[in-house]
Design a protein around this ligand. Structure first.
Ligand code: FAD
Length: 286
Protein backbone atom coordinates (compact mmCIF):
# COMPACT_ATOMS: atom_id res chain seq x y z
CA UNK A 1 0.00 0.00 0.00
CA UNK A 2 1.22 3.48 -0.90
CA UNK A 3 2.54 5.94 1.65
CA UNK A 4 1.13 9.43 1.22
CA UNK A 5 4.60 10.84 1.91
CA UNK A 6 5.86 8.96 -1.17
CA UNK A 7 2.88 10.05 -3.28
CA UNK A 8 3.52 13.69 -2.32
CA UNK A 9 7.21 13.34 -3.12
CA UNK A 10 6.23 12.07 -6.59
CA UNK A 11 3.74 14.86 -7.39
CA UNK A 12 0.42 16.49 -6.59
CA UNK A 13 -2.24 14.45 -4.78
CA UNK A 14 -6.03 14.48 -5.16
CA UNK A 15 -7.92 12.88 -2.29
CA UNK A 16 -11.42 12.38 -0.92
CA UNK A 17 -12.76 12.29 2.64
CA UNK A 18 -15.63 10.07 3.82
CA UNK A 19 -17.34 9.49 7.15
CA UNK A 20 -18.19 5.98 8.36
CA UNK A 21 -21.86 5.03 7.82
CA UNK A 22 -24.17 4.73 10.83
CA UNK A 23 -26.76 2.41 9.26
CA UNK A 24 -27.63 0.33 6.20
CA UNK A 25 -28.90 3.29 4.21
CA UNK A 26 -25.73 5.32 4.80
CA UNK A 27 -23.67 2.23 3.95
CA UNK A 28 -25.44 1.91 0.60
CA UNK A 29 -24.81 5.60 -0.12
CA UNK A 30 -21.11 5.28 0.72
CA UNK A 31 -20.71 2.14 -1.40
CA UNK A 32 -22.31 3.93 -4.37
CA UNK A 33 -20.24 7.08 -3.81
CA UNK A 34 -16.98 5.12 -3.69
CA UNK A 35 -17.93 3.27 -6.89
CA UNK A 36 -18.70 6.62 -8.58
CA UNK A 37 -15.45 8.24 -7.40
CA UNK A 38 -13.08 5.34 -8.05
CA UNK A 39 -12.77 6.11 -11.79
CA UNK A 40 -11.26 9.50 -10.79
CA UNK A 41 -8.33 7.51 -9.39
CA UNK A 42 -7.78 9.47 -6.17
CA UNK A 43 -4.27 9.38 -4.71
CA UNK A 44 -5.80 8.37 -1.36
CA UNK A 45 -9.06 8.49 0.58
CA UNK A 46 -9.53 9.24 4.27
CA UNK A 47 -12.17 8.15 6.78
CA UNK A 48 -13.17 10.31 9.75
CA UNK A 49 -13.29 9.26 13.40
CA UNK A 50 -15.71 10.44 16.03
CA UNK A 51 -15.38 8.75 19.41
CA UNK A 52 -15.78 5.65 21.51
CA UNK A 53 -16.21 1.96 20.77
CA UNK A 54 -18.78 2.33 17.98
CA UNK A 55 -16.70 4.82 16.03
CA UNK A 56 -13.65 2.61 16.50
CA UNK A 57 -15.54 -0.28 14.91
CA UNK A 58 -17.06 1.81 12.13
CA UNK A 59 -13.92 3.66 11.03
CA UNK A 60 -11.80 0.50 11.27
CA UNK A 61 -14.37 -1.49 9.28
CA UNK A 62 -14.46 1.07 6.45
CA UNK A 63 -10.68 1.47 6.09
CA UNK A 64 -10.02 -2.28 6.23
CA UNK A 65 -12.80 -2.97 3.75
CA UNK A 66 -11.32 -0.35 1.38
CA UNK A 67 -7.87 -1.86 1.83
CA UNK A 68 -9.03 -5.40 1.08
CA UNK A 69 -11.65 -4.88 -1.60
CA UNK A 70 -10.48 -1.87 -3.62
CA UNK A 71 -7.23 -0.54 -5.06
CA UNK A 72 -7.66 2.71 -3.09
CA UNK A 73 -5.18 3.88 -0.45
CA UNK A 74 -7.23 4.48 2.71
CA UNK A 75 -6.10 6.64 5.65
CA UNK A 76 -7.97 6.46 8.99
CA UNK A 77 -8.40 9.58 11.10
CA UNK A 78 -7.85 9.14 14.86
CA UNK A 79 -8.54 11.62 17.67
CA UNK A 80 -6.89 12.09 21.09
CA UNK A 81 -10.18 12.91 22.79
CA UNK A 82 -11.89 9.60 21.91
CA UNK A 83 -9.81 7.15 24.01
CA UNK A 84 -7.35 6.77 26.88
CA UNK A 85 -3.73 6.38 25.87
CA UNK A 86 -3.57 2.58 26.02
CA UNK A 87 -6.60 2.27 23.72
CA UNK A 88 -5.13 4.74 21.24
CA UNK A 89 -2.04 2.52 21.22
CA UNK A 90 -4.18 -0.57 20.62
CA UNK A 91 -6.05 1.08 17.77
CA UNK A 92 -2.86 2.34 16.09
CA UNK A 93 -1.30 -1.12 16.52
CA UNK A 94 -4.42 -2.66 14.94
CA UNK A 95 -4.19 -0.28 11.98
CA UNK A 96 -0.54 -1.25 11.46
CA UNK A 97 -1.26 -4.96 11.78
CA UNK A 98 -3.99 -4.63 9.13
CA UNK A 99 -1.44 -3.17 6.70
CA UNK A 100 -2.38 0.52 6.84
CA UNK A 101 0.55 2.87 6.13
CA UNK A 102 -1.01 6.29 6.73
CA UNK A 103 -2.63 7.99 9.72
CA UNK A 104 -4.29 11.39 10.26
CA UNK A 105 -3.62 12.38 13.89
CA UNK A 106 -6.13 14.84 15.37
CA UNK A 107 -7.07 16.49 18.64
CA UNK A 108 -10.73 15.73 17.90
CA UNK A 109 -14.01 17.56 18.05
CA UNK A 110 -15.40 17.84 21.61
CA UNK A 111 -17.32 14.78 22.84
CA UNK A 112 -19.82 14.44 25.70
CA UNK A 113 -17.93 14.45 29.05
CA UNK A 114 -18.53 10.72 29.69
CA UNK A 115 -16.93 9.79 26.33
CA UNK A 116 -14.09 12.29 26.48
CA UNK A 117 -10.46 11.58 27.49
CA UNK A 118 -7.59 13.99 28.00
CA UNK A 119 -4.71 11.57 28.49
CA UNK A 120 -3.31 12.76 25.21
CA UNK A 121 -4.28 16.40 24.93
CA UNK A 122 -2.86 17.58 21.62
CA UNK A 123 -2.59 16.04 18.17
CA UNK A 124 1.22 16.39 18.33
CA UNK A 125 1.22 13.75 21.12
CA UNK A 126 -0.75 11.39 18.90
CA UNK A 127 1.77 11.92 16.10
CA UNK A 128 4.52 10.86 18.51
CA UNK A 129 2.55 7.76 19.55
CA UNK A 130 1.87 6.87 15.91
CA UNK A 131 5.58 7.18 15.12
CA UNK A 132 6.56 5.01 18.05
CA UNK A 133 4.15 2.34 16.81
CA UNK A 134 5.60 2.32 13.31
CA UNK A 135 3.70 4.83 11.16
CA UNK A 136 6.07 6.58 8.75
CA UNK A 137 3.40 8.65 7.00
CA UNK A 138 1.39 10.81 9.41
CA UNK A 139 -0.78 13.81 8.59
CA UNK A 140 -2.28 16.49 10.85
CA UNK A 141 -4.98 19.16 10.63
CA UNK A 142 -4.25 22.82 9.85
CA UNK A 143 -6.65 25.70 10.33
CA UNK A 144 -5.98 28.60 7.91
CA UNK A 145 -8.05 31.05 9.99
CA UNK A 146 -6.59 29.68 13.24
CA UNK A 147 -8.15 27.07 15.50
CA UNK A 148 -11.28 28.44 17.24
CA UNK A 149 -9.95 27.46 20.72
CA UNK A 150 -6.71 29.38 20.17
CA UNK A 151 -6.42 32.68 22.01
CA UNK A 152 -4.72 34.22 18.94
CA UNK A 153 -3.46 33.32 15.48
CA UNK A 154 0.25 33.63 16.34
CA UNK A 155 0.16 31.01 19.12
CA UNK A 156 -1.92 28.71 16.88
CA UNK A 157 0.68 28.99 14.10
CA UNK A 158 3.45 28.23 16.64
CA UNK A 159 1.63 25.07 17.80
CA UNK A 160 0.97 24.04 14.20
CA UNK A 161 4.63 24.56 13.30
CA UNK A 162 5.63 22.40 16.28
CA UNK A 163 3.14 19.69 15.22
CA UNK A 164 4.34 19.77 11.61
CA UNK A 165 7.97 19.36 12.67
CA UNK A 166 6.85 15.95 13.99
CA UNK A 167 4.37 15.03 11.24
CA UNK A 168 4.78 14.60 7.47
CA UNK A 169 1.99 16.67 5.95
CA UNK A 170 -1.10 18.68 6.85
CA UNK A 171 -4.63 18.87 5.49
CA UNK A 172 -6.47 22.15 6.02
CA UNK A 173 -9.92 22.88 7.32
CA UNK A 174 -12.10 24.16 4.47
CA UNK A 175 -11.78 27.79 3.37
CA UNK A 176 -12.83 29.79 0.31
CA UNK A 177 -10.02 32.19 -0.66
CA UNK A 178 -6.61 31.30 -2.05
CA UNK A 179 -5.14 34.13 0.05
CA UNK A 180 -6.11 32.25 3.22
CA UNK A 181 -4.07 29.26 2.03
CA UNK A 182 -1.11 31.39 0.93
CA UNK A 183 -1.01 33.20 4.26
CA UNK A 184 -0.94 29.89 6.17
CA UNK A 185 1.77 28.46 3.90
CA UNK A 186 3.90 31.62 4.10
CA UNK A 187 3.58 31.96 7.88
CA UNK A 188 4.69 28.34 8.28
CA UNK A 189 7.55 28.82 5.82
CA UNK A 190 8.69 31.82 7.91
CA UNK A 191 8.95 29.34 10.81
CA UNK A 192 11.04 26.96 8.68
CA UNK A 193 8.17 24.57 7.87
CA UNK A 194 7.90 23.56 4.23
CA UNK A 195 6.11 20.22 4.61
CA UNK A 196 3.20 19.71 2.18
CA UNK A 197 -0.06 21.43 3.16
CA UNK A 198 -2.99 19.93 1.28
CA UNK A 199 -5.98 22.22 0.78
CA UNK A 200 -9.33 21.02 2.11
CA UNK A 201 -12.14 21.77 -0.35
CA UNK A 202 -15.81 21.90 0.70
CA UNK A 203 -18.11 22.58 -2.25
CA UNK A 204 -21.13 24.61 -1.12
CA UNK A 205 -24.29 22.75 -2.10
CA UNK A 206 -26.57 24.46 0.41
CA UNK A 207 -25.83 27.73 2.18
CA UNK A 208 -27.43 26.70 5.47
CA UNK A 209 -25.37 23.51 5.82
CA UNK A 210 -22.06 25.24 5.11
CA UNK A 211 -22.84 28.05 7.53
CA UNK A 212 -23.69 25.48 10.21
CA UNK A 213 -20.47 23.59 9.57
CA UNK A 214 -18.50 26.82 9.54
CA UNK A 215 -20.00 27.79 12.89
CA UNK A 216 -19.01 24.40 14.33
CA UNK A 217 -15.46 24.78 13.06
CA UNK A 218 -15.31 28.45 14.11
CA UNK A 219 -14.76 29.68 10.56
CA UNK A 220 -16.77 32.53 9.05
CA UNK A 221 -17.55 32.07 5.35
CA UNK A 222 -16.31 35.31 3.68
CA UNK A 223 -19.15 37.82 3.19
CA UNK A 224 -18.63 38.18 -0.58
CA UNK A 225 -18.89 34.39 -1.01
CA UNK A 226 -22.11 34.36 1.05
CA UNK A 227 -23.52 37.21 -1.10
CA UNK A 228 -22.56 35.40 -4.29
CA UNK A 229 -24.30 32.20 -3.19
CA UNK A 230 -27.32 34.05 -1.76
CA UNK A 231 -27.83 35.76 -5.10
CA UNK A 232 -29.13 32.35 -6.21
CA UNK A 233 -32.28 33.17 -4.20
CA UNK A 234 -34.56 30.28 -3.32
CA UNK A 235 -33.52 28.21 -6.32
CA UNK A 236 -31.67 25.23 -4.83
CA UNK A 237 -30.17 24.19 -8.17
CA UNK A 238 -28.83 27.71 -8.74
CA UNK A 239 -27.33 27.81 -5.22
CA UNK A 240 -25.64 24.51 -5.94
CA UNK A 241 -24.37 25.69 -9.35
CA UNK A 242 -22.88 28.79 -7.75
CA UNK A 243 -21.30 26.72 -4.98
CA UNK A 244 -19.61 24.44 -7.52
CA UNK A 245 -18.41 27.50 -9.45
CA UNK A 246 -16.87 29.01 -6.28
CA UNK A 247 -15.13 25.72 -5.40
CA UNK A 248 -13.84 25.25 -8.96
CA UNK A 249 -12.38 28.78 -9.00
CA UNK A 250 -10.71 28.15 -5.64
CA UNK A 251 -9.20 24.85 -6.88
CA UNK A 252 -7.92 26.58 -10.02
CA UNK A 253 -6.33 29.39 -7.97
CA UNK A 254 -4.78 26.85 -5.60
CA UNK A 255 -3.34 24.79 -8.46
CA UNK A 256 -1.88 27.99 -9.94
CA UNK A 257 -0.42 28.80 -6.50
CA UNK A 258 1.38 25.42 -6.51
CA UNK A 259 -0.71 23.57 -3.90
CA UNK A 260 0.74 20.06 -3.31
CA UNK A 261 -2.70 18.47 -3.01
CA UNK A 262 -6.46 19.00 -3.05
CA UNK A 263 -8.52 17.09 -0.46
CA UNK A 264 -12.28 17.05 -1.09
CA UNK A 265 -14.74 16.86 1.81
CA UNK A 266 -17.29 14.70 -0.01
CA UNK A 267 -19.82 14.26 2.85
CA UNK A 268 -20.25 10.81 1.23
CA UNK A 269 -21.67 12.26 -2.01
CA UNK A 270 -19.88 12.09 -5.34
CA UNK A 271 -21.66 14.52 -7.65
CA UNK A 272 -20.09 17.83 -6.60
CA UNK A 273 -16.56 16.38 -6.61
CA UNK A 274 -17.10 14.82 -10.05
CA UNK A 275 -18.41 18.11 -11.45
CA UNK A 276 -15.41 20.04 -10.13
CA UNK A 277 -13.05 17.41 -11.56
CA UNK A 278 -14.67 17.75 -14.95
CA UNK A 279 -14.56 21.56 -14.87
CA UNK A 280 -10.88 21.48 -13.91
CA UNK A 281 -10.13 19.04 -16.75
CA UNK A 282 -8.72 16.53 -14.28
CA UNK A 283 -10.75 13.62 -15.63
CA UNK A 284 -8.92 13.59 -18.93
CA UNK A 285 -5.50 14.59 -17.59
CA UNK A 286 -5.11 11.80 -15.02
P1 FAD B 1 -4.50 20.21 17.99
O1 FAD B 1 -3.37 20.29 17.05
O2 FAD B 1 -4.35 19.38 19.21
O3 FAD B 1 -4.86 21.73 18.39
C1 FAD B 1 -6.01 22.04 19.17
C2 FAD B 1 -5.81 23.39 19.85
O4 FAD B 1 -4.78 23.30 20.82
C3 FAD B 1 -5.39 24.52 18.92
O5 FAD B 1 -5.96 25.70 19.38
C4 FAD B 1 -3.87 24.56 19.08
O6 FAD B 1 -3.33 25.83 18.77
C5 FAD B 1 -3.73 24.23 20.55
N1 FAD B 1 -2.46 23.58 20.89
C6 FAD B 1 -1.83 22.61 20.19
N2 FAD B 1 -0.70 22.23 20.84
C7 FAD B 1 -0.65 22.95 21.99
C8 FAD B 1 0.25 23.02 23.09
N3 FAD B 1 1.34 22.24 23.14
N4 FAD B 1 -0.02 23.89 24.11
C9 FAD B 1 -1.11 24.67 24.09
N5 FAD B 1 -2.01 24.66 23.05
C10 FAD B 1 -1.79 23.81 22.03
N6 FAD B 1 -12.48 15.93 14.22
C11 FAD B 1 -12.95 14.72 14.63
O7 FAD B 1 -13.50 14.60 15.73
N7 FAD B 1 -12.84 13.62 13.81
C12 FAD B 1 -12.26 13.68 12.59
O8 FAD B 1 -12.18 12.67 11.89
C13 FAD B 1 -11.76 14.95 12.14
N8 FAD B 1 -11.14 15.06 10.94
C14 FAD B 1 -10.58 16.26 10.58
C15 FAD B 1 -9.88 16.35 9.38
C16 FAD B 1 -9.31 17.54 8.98
C17 FAD B 1 -8.54 17.61 7.67
C18 FAD B 1 -9.43 18.70 9.81
C19 FAD B 1 -8.84 20.01 9.36
C20 FAD B 1 -10.13 18.63 11.00
C21 FAD B 1 -10.70 17.41 11.41
N9 FAD B 1 -11.37 17.29 12.62
C22 FAD B 1 -11.88 16.07 13.01
C23 FAD B 1 -11.56 18.46 13.50
C24 FAD B 1 -10.47 18.55 14.58
O9 FAD B 1 -10.41 17.39 15.37
C25 FAD B 1 -10.82 19.75 15.45
O10 FAD B 1 -10.61 20.96 14.75
C26 FAD B 1 -10.14 19.79 16.81
O11 FAD B 1 -10.81 20.74 17.63
C27 FAD B 1 -8.67 20.21 16.76
O12 FAD B 1 -7.95 19.26 16.16
P2 FAD B 1 -6.38 19.48 15.83
O13 FAD B 1 -5.90 18.17 15.39
O14 FAD B 1 -6.19 20.68 15.01
O15 FAD B 1 -5.86 19.76 17.34
Amino acid sequence: MARITDLLAAGRTFSFEFFPPKDEEEQRLLTRTIADLQPLRPSFVSVTYRGGRISRERTTRVVIDLLRTTDLTPMPHLTCVAHPRFELGEIIGGFRAAGLENLLALGGDPLPAEESYKELEYASELVELGRRLGFESIGVAAHPAGHPRSPDLVSDREHLAFKLRLADFAITQFFFKVEEYERLRDELAARGITKPILAGIMPITSLVSVQRMAELSGYAVPADIVRRIEAGGDDREEIRRRGIEVATELCRDLLDAGVPGLHFYTLNFSKATREIYTKLGLVTHR
